[in-house]
Design a protein around this ligand. Structure first.
Ligand code: ADE
Length: 667
């Protein structure tokens, strides 16, 4: 209405009269059925402190419908709280949930669905009432996941200063302020507040973060996190000065107390000696207990490794797998780790083994000792400085410890090689190279087909799963660029997935913007029809998985096409024609959508029962209708059924595998 007045204001008496009439009518309407005025901003970081978050939204909007109330959608990821503010029709669901608590003038956030604990909603009535959101209902402060230690109880997630790395004037003496003015509620209730002070090429920097103390932080286990204040301790053995402190109270990682503190500020001064006593003694005891436990664990593990492995996972094995995941051993650094310039790994690049869209992959030697003879072969993916975003995306995907799986490329660490203006990702090296190279050079037997195909499906099923094999919740990931070049062949002829540069974590609190930006990506040759057409249902996370399953089907077809069990094995060809042919989205649309073309499955493939069954599964996976496709987990199960049907001596179906003599090993 204000804009209407502005527009008509200078056009004379008639207009003034019109304005008066319109305003009058509006006033009548207003008293009859007022339209709310709400904050209305796209998702953006919020400022959260204690029990409230402020949306930082400067746009107020007169809501279009009298049924509208003010609402906020709040979520957090990696310690950052994001908020979207809007008008919302109270008679309709918001994010699938009907809100009945909209009449208060306070916007009280609460978790509406325990499956999406990082997503909270609130609604309220009153001008701009959705700018300030409260987390102050006792059961709403709780975060988030019931942990095994707390046996179903909920723990409060900590509120910490979280600015990552910033330069500072603090010279590591006395008491320093971090000057970080962002407070974030930690993502995980186990996380504590941590600060680190160090010099980077002589310049002091401070890092403020949330961190899970069961994982190393800059290679150090935190031992003092049961403190209420952040008492800096020097870390020995670093090239430059390095201090770390941790604590477990709201925003306690600021201010920072260095060891030579002579006059701590009022309040802290009187408490410091008791704090030191109360916190350091238990911390020391904890260190001794932890070291002993770790020593026992290593002993137990060494003995265990010597014992033959049993199949299947019981709850005890799960516990061991989980602790393996959490703790890195010499061959697998912490998934989250980033090696800063001061602590680069001693790596010597060898030869280039792959070239992708954004980066090149080198085989490299990671030195293990003082001599040149002792080294571990690794792969180094090198991104030029301009491809920082691609490096970061892939690093973030790898940083999820739950990604670890035998059929997913093992990540070692990431390095920001500032001096060379390069970013590195360091992973395991697999000398057999990628699946396309492997299939070009080898004809495989039926057993190898099952091994390569089954492990590929297991890798994809693991990515897509929202539970680990032990039943713990995990974020589902979609690869979005599955193709034989992005699958590596391990020495035991199983596959592992690599190149996560286009992958997406499907967390429940994905913003509409993130979803909208995730339309058509991948390689045209392997794109599902709905991706080619940009008609992926972005609202439904399953549709991303269905598109991956389509691409996986093409890779399974490639593997099968090089298996002696099909009869006449032709030279390797990728799906939809020769490799050198450049296939663009438009030509793929003609083939895949208009003509519903798929790679050929010749009649001879039905002579072998296993290949016949597998072909039917492949066809189900590349169905035009995404909903009709089977899941990757279902393909895993099919491989189990198919391989046992073929090898079982009782099965009449074994004829073709054995009788035709087609299953000889040719690799
Ligand atoms: N090509 C791309 N990544 C590779 C890796 N990790 N090992 C071998 N070859 C690769």
């Amino acid at each position: 209405m204000e804009r209407v007045v502005e527009r008509f204001g200078s056009v004379g008496f008639g207009s003034v009269l019109l304005v008066c009439l319109v305003s009058g009518a509006s006033a009548v309407l207003h008293t009859a059925n007022p339209h709310s005025v709400c904050k209305s901003c796209d998702p953006q970081p919020a400022n959260c402190k204690s029990n409230q978050c402020i949306a930082n939204c400067s746009v107020s909007k007169v809501c279009p419908s009298p049924d509208d109330v003010c609402a906020a959608v709040w979520w957090r990821e990696a310690g950052v709280v994001t908020v979207e503010t809007k008008c919302h029709d109270r008679t309709r669901p918001l994010n699938g949930v009907m809100l009945d608590d909209y009449s208060s003038s306070d916007c009280v956030l609460s978790v509406r669905n325990m499956n999406t604990p990082n997503l909270r909603l609130c609604a309220c009535t009153g001008r701009g009432c959705n700018e300030r959101m409260l987390l102050n209902k006792p059961d709403d402060q709780i975060a988030i996941l019931p942990t095994s230690e707390t046996k179903g109880a909920f723990r409060l997630a900590q509120l910490c200063r979280f600015c990552d790395i910033e330069s500072t004037a603090c010279n590591a003496t006395g008491v320093c302020e971090s000057l970080c003015n962002i407070s974030s509620i930690c993502e995980n209730p186990n996380e504590v507040c941590v600060s680190a002070w160090r010099r980077n090429k002589g310049n002091p920097i401070i890092e403020t973060v949330c961190h899970n103390p069961t994982l190393p932080f800059h290679g150090q286990y935190l031992t003092d996190y049961n403190n209420s204040v952040c008492l800096m301790k020097q870390v020995k053995g670093m090239e430059e000065d390095f201090y770390i402190c941790s604590c477990n109270e709201e925003e306690c990682n600021d201010p920072l107390f260095f060891p030579d503190v002579s006059a701590p500020p009022e309040g802290v001064e009187r408490n410091l000696p008791p704090v030191l006593l109360v916190s350091l003694v238990p911390a020391l005891i904890a260190v001794v207990v932890l070291l002993s436990a770790f020593y026992c664990y290593r002993l137990f593990r060494q003995q265990n490794l010597k014992a033959p492995k049993t199949k299947g996972i019981d709850s005890e094995t799960c516990a061991i797998i989980m602790s393996d995941d959490d703790r890195s051993d010499s061959s697998s650094a912490n998934a989250n780790s980033l090696n800063h310039n001061t602590e680069l790994l001693p790596i010597q690049l060898d030869v280039i083994v792959g070239k992708g869209r954004f980066a090149e992959v080198y085989r490299a030697k990671l030195k293990q000792g003082a001599t040149d003879e002792s080294f571990q072969m690794v792969a180094v993916k090198i991104f030029p400085y301009e491809e920082y975003a691609s490096w970061k995306t892939e690093w973030e995907i790898f940083s999820d410890a739950d990604l670890r799986h035998e059929n997913v490329l093992q990540f070692l660490t990431a390095e920001d090689r500032k001096a060379e203006r390069r970013y590195w990702l360091i992973t395991a090296y697999h000398e057999r190279g990628n699946l396309q190279e492997f299939l070009t050079q080898h004809v495989i037997g039926w057993d190898e087909l099952c091994r390569l195909g089954g492990s590929l499906a297991r890798g994809v099923a693991h990515l897509h799963a929202d539970r680990t094999s032990c039943g713990r919740a995990k974020v589902a990931i979609v690869h979005r660029d599955l193709k034989s070049v992005n699958v590596l062949v391990k020495s035991d002829l199983s596959c592992c997935l690599c190149d996560f540069g286009l992958s997406l974590r499907l967390h429940n609190s994905m913003s509409p913007e993130e979803l909208a930006n995730s339309g058509q990506v991948g390689t045209a040759r392997y794109m599902a029809p709905e991706v080619l057409e940009s008609r992926l249902d972005l609202e439904n996370i399953e549709s991303f998985k269905q598109a991956d399953v389509y691409s996986m089907a093409l890779v399974l077809w490639e593997i099968t096409s090089r298996c002696s069990a099909i009869g006449d094995v032709r030279e390797y060809e990728p799906p939809f024609g020769k490799l050198k042919d450049h296939l663009c989205v438009e030509s793929m649309k003609d083939d895949v959508i208009r003509d519903r073309l798929r790679p050929e499955i010749p009649a001879s493939w039905t002579n072998h029962t296993g290949v016949h069954l597998l072909s039917s599964t492949i066809e189900e996976c590349w169905d035009h209708d995404p909903e009709a496709r089977v899941t990757a987990q279902c393909v895993v199960e099919r491989f189990g059924e198919i391989s046992s049907a073929v090898i079982s001596p009782l099965s009449a179906d074994t004829k073709s595998a054995q009788d035709s003599g087609n299953d000889e090993k040719e690799i």
